[in-house]
Design a protein around this ligand. Structure first.
Ligand code: CDP
Length: 809
């Protein structure tokens, strides 16, 4: 038999299963221009819709005149809040339990807010129609600063106060001021304050994690097509959570869920931007119902940057206490969170500040207390997890800066301070002071490996020499050594504590094995470039013994895929990846019974071996999975149903906690503020590695977005609420020019509760990268008295820092 001459190693290699750097199967179509993005969808008679947007950040609308717009050739309809009101669609629920205007209802709360929706025969006619809509505004006082907003008499959201102007309770409890949204606490306040107040050493710092934006290359958009004959609505769109969108559309439109089909085609990056529901989706659906024709809405770049889902915007005030020899004893963090005009943050319901309560980081901190106040301002809504698991990026930035500030206070090396406070390997599973149970970790091994790889001591010696040379006037360049050690928290999440809009955050996989031994697996997640079609087939290949090349992975069509909560927060591998393995194991269990029948032995007398079941102790007697698949369809097996299919809905028992150790070596020209990243070393531990090459790609991408955020990317406003960074001329997107040559490395500490031991990885490099780049800048100036300076560290701000430290003579 042909099989017998193939070695076991060859059989393993043929599968291209877990651990193999299998080439991405998606890339053949992407590199040949054969991707199918939402804007590629063209339907007969399709119309185009676009928005009249507010030029003001805060204004009353006294009149909207659409008459002239309706005269513009090609314009068919103009929708305003008045048209949506009878349908109850002029406001929509947000993921954070607040509500948001779909179209301006009497006032606007941020620049770029959607005021009217013009429906036309094409994009150009829509643009002409937008020009012709006349809106009268009465400007109101603008509140951009959350601290001022909390002091102001100006009520931003009249719908959130009672007839006496008193704030009504919000989705997350009592509100203390009319512009206050919630207070969220975690940990023990009094014990923490006692520890900090009586500590030998206390370091305090306030830091602003600036507002930024995920800025995927493909902007948000959709095509809505209402078939009035069969009552079916099809919605194609850039949805990171297609099933959740279907449920939301059903709830707000009243169309039964079985009559709605949501399809996420190829998606050109999401990074959190495409999780929520936007007015464009609602208006396109309404316009399609009204006109009976398909309606497309695609944002342009300015729309995307100015109005959809911002990230961060956290003011974080910290106090950290320690003994004189550097053992941390307590941590207090207060956050003022600027949520803009509507609270549209995308977080699990019970976590209004996401996973900010992982801000004790990788350290064994006995007592901690976190409080977060959400505030309304005149900025765009959003609050999404830009390439991170909810607010973990903010949390990690906070603790990694606090460690550096404490190191300054203690006059200690920051690498050593980390080492003496890491949670030890034997402490896992470790329950942190703010409640999370970390599943596994080996931080000391990772840290030692990283420091050795970069010759940390050598770098510090070089830096000391550079400082001497600078002081002696021999150089105008300083050297920063950025360190960060992060623990992520990914895989939301256990249904017992994680839901979005009441939908538990499980995920799913359904597998069908075809008679000839190939398969299709459908998942509740949706790739936006992460390579799921490649890697999930690898999980299955190892689990069911069919080659990855014979397995199709399909996601994103709610008519065919099992219900799942989608892809964001690096949850795909921890949750849907686990569902895939579990469904694979169901297939294997049935295959075992079939194999035993075919081999005429008891079920317990066969065992799985790579791609077959063999009789224990008689390896020459076996049935391959291919043979078993065929038998499942063509043989009557007593007591066993025909076919070979399985489905798994996986509710993870816990999150997974990937971690990593990063070092950045940066030269800074003191006179120009120009940074040069000489070296960037990234060690990631994401547990069992499915595809090392895909992981490396994820690390490169995450680090590049971290570089962007740390060194220049921001959504900035002037005091009138005008967005100053609404185009890619002003909003920094790094190119190959700015990006250094990353050195990647890894350790492997499997998750004990995940069926294959895998943890997520897509976002870790972003989470760990931002503080690493920032710490490099700050470290360069530590010897000259800098304690902390806020990101983004663009050349101008670095120059200013140098100037303020008196380094320009
Ligand atoms: O949810 P998302 O896909 O953004 O993130 P992820 O679960 O971290 O996965 C990103 C990509 O890396 C996927 O293709 C994963 O299958 C792959 N990955 C891997 O190969 N090994 C891991 N341990 C984790 C992720």
């Amino acid at each position: 038999m042909k099989d017998e001459v193939i070695t076991r190693e060859e059989r393993v290699a043929n599968l291209k299963g877990m651990g193999c750097s299998r080439k991405r199967v998606e890339d053949a179509r992407f590199t040949q221009g054969k991707g199918n993005y939402v804007d590629d969808i063209k339907l007969d008679g399709m119309l185009f819709g676009d928005f009249v947007r507010s030029p003001y950040a805060h204004a009353k609308i006294t009149n909207i005149d659409t008459a002239a717009a309706l005269e513009v050739p090609g314009v068919l309809a103009v929708l305003t809040a008045k048209d949506l009101e009878p349908l109850g669609l002029h406001w929509m629920p947000t993921l954070a339990g607040d509500k948001q205007m779909v179209l301006a209802d009497g006032k606007v709360l941020f620049q770029g807010q959607e005021v009217a929706f013009v429906v036309a025969e094409d994009r150009y006619a829509a643009a002409d129609g937008i020009e012709a809509v006349e809106v009268e505004y009465e400007e109101l006082e603008v509140l951009i600063d959350p601290f001022k907003s909390m002091q102001s008499d100006v009520v931003l959201r009249e719908d959130t106060v009672d007839e006496n102007g008193k704030p009504m309770d919000g989705a997350h409890g009592p509100r203390t001021h009319h512009n206050h949204i919630f207070t969220w606490e975690a940990g023990d306040k009094d014990p923490t304050f006692e520890v900090i107040d009586s500590a030998e050493v206390v370091a305090e710092e306030t830091m602003y994690y600036h507002r930024t934006h995920p800025c995927p290359l493909e902007t948000c958009g959709c095509v809505a097509s209402m078939d009035k004959v069969n009552g079916k609505l099809t919605l194609w769109g850039t949805f990171q959570a297609p099933h959740a969108i279907r449920t939301v559309v059903s709830l707000i439109s009243g169309i039964e869920e079985h009559n709605i089909r949501v399809i996420s085609p190829d998606i050109g990056g999401g990074f959190g931007n495409k999780v929520g529901a936007y007015p464009g989706y609602v208006c396109s659906v309404v316009a399609s119902i009204v006109t009976g024709k398909p309606v497309k809405w695609i944002e342009d770049r300015m729309d995307n940057l100015m109005t959809t889902a911002f990230a961060r915007d956290y003011w974080m005030k910290g106090r950290i206490s320690a003994t004189k020899d550097g053992k941390i004893t307590g941590l207090h963090c207060h956050v003022t969170a600027d949520h803009g005009g509507f609270d549209a943050c995308a977080d699990p319901t019970k976590f209004p500040a996401g996973f900010m309560n992982i801000c004790t980081g990788s350290y064994d901190i006995p007592t901690a207390y976190l409080e977060v106040d959400g505030v309304y301002t005149n900025k765009a809504p959003g609050g999404v997890s830009y390439r991170c698991s909810f607010r973990v990026t903010e949390a990690v930035y906070f603790i990694e800066r606090m460690i550096e500030v404490l190191a300054i206070e203690l006059n200690m090396d920051a690498a050593e301070l980390r080492r003496i406070n890491f949670i030890k390997k034997e402490q896992f599973p470790y329950t942190a002071a703010l409640g999370w149970e970390y599943d596994s970790g080996d931080y000391h091994t990772a840290w030692d490996k990283a420091l050795k790889a970069v010759d940390y001591e050598g770098l510090r010696a070089e830096q000391a020499q550079r400082i001497e040379d600078f002081k002696a006037g021999k150089t105008r360049s300083l050297m920063g050594i950025g360190l960060s050690f992060f623990t992520e928290i990914v895989g939301a999440g256990p249904v017992k504590n994680c839901d979005i809009l009441g939908l538990g955050m499980f995920d799913s996989c359904e597998i069908r094995i075809h008679p000839t031994g190939s398969a299709i697996a459908r998942l509740g997640t949706i790739s936006q470039g992460q390579g799921h079609a490649t890697t999930f087939a690898q999980i299955l290949a190892s689990e069911i013994g069919l080659p990855a090349d014979s397995i199709t992975i399909e996601e994103g069509d709610t008519d065919t895929a099992p219900y799942g909560l989608g892809t964001y927060g690096s949850r795909s591998t921890p949750v849907a990846g686990a569902a895939t393995a579990m469904a694979g194991r169901k297939i294997r269990a049935k295959a075992q019974m079939i194999a035993a029948y075919l081999l005429e032995v008891h079920d317990d007398d066969v065992e799985f071996d790579v791609d077959r079941f063999v009789v224990k102790g008689a390896p020459e007697r076996f049935k391959t999975m291919k043979e078993i698949a065929f038998a499942a369809y063509n043989q009557a097996i007593p007591g066993i149903e025909p076919g070979l299919e399985a489905v798994s809905y996986y509710d993870p028992p816990n999150m997974t906690y990937p971690f990593g150790a990063y070092v950045c070596v940066m030269d800074i020209d003191v006179d120009t503020g120009v940074t040069d990243i000489r070296r960037f070393y990234a060690l990631d531990d994401c547990g069992t590695r499915i595809n090392p090459m895909v992981i490396e790609g994820q690390v490169h991408g995450g680090l590049t977005e971290a570089l962007a955020v740390a060194l220049g990317q921001e959504i900035a406003y002037d005091e009138m609420g005008n967005v100053k960074t609404g185009t890619l001329m002003d909003f920094f997107l790094p190119t190959a020019w700015e990006v250094p040559n990353y050195e990647t490395d890894h350790t492997v500490t499997p998750s004990p509760h995940h069926p294959i031991g895998a943890k997520g990885v897509g976002e870790s490099p972003h989470v760990g990268g931002v503080p690493c780049f920032s710490n490099a800048v700050q470290d360069a100036f530590r010897a000259f008295g800098l304690r902390h300076t806020n990101m983004p560290h663009d050349h101008w701000r670095i120059w200013k820092t140098a100037n303020e430290l008196g380094l320009h003579g």
